[in-house]
Ligand binder design. Structure first.
Ligand code: GAL
Length: 645
């Protein structure tokens, strides 16, 4: 695994570049990402391309022995371009066009902006595509950041109508699929259909779901437009995009089909602060980040390509964008780096080399302080570089457990939540945590994945079951757990004729006849567990495997398939996954609070996310791992223990 950093030569006097490059190398970094926001310097006015400075930056970095990931600058179109094409900006659901003055001020659907992107990407790719120091490209930057996937512009409306015409062929088919007879919502032509914003009350959920599918497809084609040009002019270079944490507004599996490497931007402390975690967890992991959050994404993005993934931006210190921005515990930057290694990352690149003293992110730490002196993280990067010498090649070990994650599930659940606490991402992470606490290695796979090699498959929920999945599930002999609301909708957002779980009734003979969502704090007790938030009433001849105290069934099993008819607490999940692992013949261990393990191809690594030291003797014994190459018996907070397998 390589280490790298994000660098903005355009932010610093040219006299500093060579020394920066030298210091990067000295710190053990071999990769540098540049260029992704530099459009106004590359093309100061329409058609005038200023390559001189970028040529020199590329030479300087390359001469120092650094490999370059070049970003296409399309996330930050310059002011002259907005002035030239004022209608290219995204329009919010409030109907208001966004202004120039930050970033991502473009609408994915605008044909004129797509034309400008083709132009600048082709110019860059021709210039640097075969430069020996340029080893990879990053398309754009964080598609969708700042809520920019769905734009309610004229351009989006035009393309949405075309998209619908293509999907439905004739308007009667659309009216029938959406159920437009309801509230007299019938249309007489595709041209009559608006975008689903600014309606008096909730728009038709089928309309909304199709709009979300369309908006996702727009990201896919926008990315593909760039990758086609890059492949043509830059043969043999990897193409990458940097995704975000728990961002679901477009289908990352679809976008990744055109990428070689899926990467993501990991800010564990910012995410902990911004996400749903309760006060206890936020306090416990204040300076470490949630022990499963980064790992979840490592496994998710590994599953987006055929296994090639990395961390394009790694938090180095306090960030600027969360509600509160604490500093990581000493050692955490090294721990985060090694956790990525354990999951098979090809690289971890720190954001950013030097803290900028100006503009929006001046309070965001870097490896260096604004005055070029060393900040804490650079020392930890050096240490990680030394660890990597010992760890060698890397690559993940094969996981036996698959957890299925589908972006469309999130779109359905956001469109018609039915209970505001039914949060898909939280449910998926809860499943993941239950598995991780048992020491299991996990693959997070998309709904189209081959499942045949797994010993255990978990589907936290999947309201719309895609074609072909039933057959793939039927072919399995291993334990399969299917969560609440699965199969509860057809592809056009209706209740299936046979009621939920719809087509999944081919696996489990049961019918969900009523659902309830429960206010925060309401719990229904079972024997040693409770359920909350969501409860389904099931009709079936099956005897429940787990039931509430009043006898209502919560978990039903038929052969190796299980259906979970409620939002489970951690105890129920833990019992269930433990039982399934036993049936699957997988070895589990009970990890102490805050400790996590992950196997790479040749090593087992243990990470202490807690704020107390942990005696790892019992874990070492349980793992049957004899040959410890790093880490103390009493593993300190942020400590990493490493065993050779
Ligand atoms: C990412 C983004 C970077 C920078 C960083 C700050 O979302 O890609 O450009 O803004 O966050 O944490």
């Amino acid at each position: 695994m390589k280490l790298g950093c994000c660098y903005y030569p355009e932010h610093w006097p040219e006299e500093m570049w060579a020394d920066d490059a030298r210091r990067m190398k000295e710190a053990g970094l071999s990769l540098v990402r540049i260029g992704e926001f530099a459009w106004s310097r590359i093309e100061p006015e329409y058609g005038r391309l200023d390559w001189d400075w970028l040529d020199r930056a590329v030479e300087t970095l390359g001469d120092a022995g650094l490999q370059i990931v070049m970003g296409t600058p399309t996330a930050t179109p310059p002011k002259w371009l907005i002035d030239k094409r004022p209608d290219m900006v995204p329009v919010g659901a409030d109907g208001l066009p966004r202004h120039f003055g930050s970033r991502r001020h473009y609408c994915f659907s605008h044909p004129g902006y797509r034309e400008e992107c083709r132009r600048i990407v082709a110019a860059l790719a021709r210039r640097y595509g075969e430069h020996p120091a340029v080893i990879a490209w990053q398309t754009d930057n964080e598609y969708g950041c700042h809520d920019t996937v769905r734009s309610y512009s004229m351009a989006a409306e035009r393309r949405f109508r075309e998209w619908l015409a293509e999907r439905y062929g004739e308007i009667g088919a659309l009216n029938a699929a959406w159920g437009n007879v309801f509230w007299s919502m019938e249309y007489r032509s595709f041209e009559a259909i608006d975008l689903p914003n600014a309606t008096v009350t909730e728009p038709n959920p089928a309309h909304m779901l199709d709009y979300r599918r369309f908006a996702s497809d727009e990201v896919v084609s926008f990315n593909a437009l760039q990758t086609a040009i890059l492949r043509e002019h830059s043969p043999g270079r990897d193409i990458i995009h940097n995704y975000m944490g728990f961002f679901t507004d477009f289908d990352h599996h679809d976008v990744s089909k055109e990428l070689d490497i899926a990467t993501w931007d990991s800010y564990p402390l910012g995410f902990l602060e911004q996400a749903w975690f309760d006060r206890t967890e936020k306090d416990a992991y204040l300076r470490q980040g949630h022990p499963d959050f980064a790992a979840f994404h490592h496994d998710l993005y590994r599953g987006c390509t055929d296994g090639r993934w990395g961390v394009m931006e790694q938090q180095p210190g306090p960030v600027n964008w969360a509600r509160f921005n604490p500093a990581p515990l000493p050692g955490m930057v090294r721990l985060w780096t090694l956790e990525a290694f354990a999951h098979g990352a090809e690289f971890v690149s720190y954001f950013r080399w030097r803290q900028a003293p100006f503009a929006q992110e001046q309070m965001h730490a870097g490896l260096l302080r604004p005055d070029s002196s060393e900040d804490v993280a650079i020392g930890e990067a050096r240490q990680a570089a030394a660890d990597l010498e010992i760890l060698g090649e890397g690559g993940p070990s094969a996981s036996k457990v698959a957890l299925l994650f589908a972006y469309e599930a999130q779109w359905m659940l956001e469109t018609q939540p039915q209970g505001r606490s039914f949060q898909y991402r939280e449910l998926a992470l809860n499943f993941y945590t239950a598995l991780r606490k048992l020491g299991l290695d996990i693959d997070i796979v998309g709904p189209d994945a081959e499942l045949g090699d797994y010993a255990m498959v978990l589907i936290p929920t999947l309201p719309i079951v895609p074609d072909g999945l039933i057959e793939r599930l039927q072919a399995l002999e291993c334990p399969v757990l299917i969560g609440p609301r699965s199969g509860s909708k057809t592809g056009s957002f209706s209740i299936p004729e046979t009621l939920a779980p719809g087509v999944l009734q081919d696996l489990l003979p049961l019918k969900v006849v009523r659902v309830e969502s429960l206010r925060d704090g309401v719990r229904e007790e079972g024997d040693g567990f409770s359920v909350s938030r969501w409860l389904e009433h099931v009709e079936t001849d099956l005897t429940p495997e787990y039931a509430l105290s009043d006898g209502r069934g919560i978990v039903y099993a038929e052969g190796s398939y299980r259906y979970l008819a409620a939002w489970p607490d951690a105890r129920l999940l833990s019992v269930l996954v433990g039982r399934m692992a036993g049936e699957a013949g997988l070895k589990t261990i009970e990890l102490p609070e805050g400790l996590r393990v992950r196997s790479s191809a040749d090593h087992i690594l243990a990470f202490n996310y807690s704020s107390a030291a942990i005696d790892i003797g019992p874990v070492e014994t349980a793992l049957g791992a004899g040959n410890r190459v790093s880490g103390l018996d009493l593993l300190e907070p942020a400590g990493v223990a490493i065993w050779k397998r």
